[in-house]
Design a protein around this ligand. Structure first.
Ligand SMILES: [Zn+2]
Length: 80
């Protein structure tokens, strides 16, 4: 049972700006170019919930419970 291994990092609201800065995507965030990888909604500091690094990609997730669920089961199954 190592499903937590690919850690889903929940970023607290106050850290969102710093976080996006640290990955070099603060501009994209500001321009509304980052989308939830599940529902496609534009990610803002207000609805940002989690990020997962998967291979080379970062998957972002908004704060909808359904999206978090989807993200987790996607990671577990690892089959699109
Ligand atoms: Zn979503």
């Amino acid at each position: 049972m190592e499903r937590e291994k690919e850690v889903i990092r929940t970023i607290y609201y106050k850290d969102v700006a710093n976080f996006f800065e640290s990955i070099g995507s603060s501009g994209e965030l500001a321009r509304g170019e980052i989308r939830c990888s599940i529902c496609g909604e534009i990610i803002t500091p207000n609805n940002f919930r989690a990020v997962v690094r998967k291979s080379e990609n970062l998957l972002f997730c908004c704060d909808k419970e359904s999206c978090i669920h989807e993200l987790v089961s996607h990671l577990r199954g690892d089959k699109a």
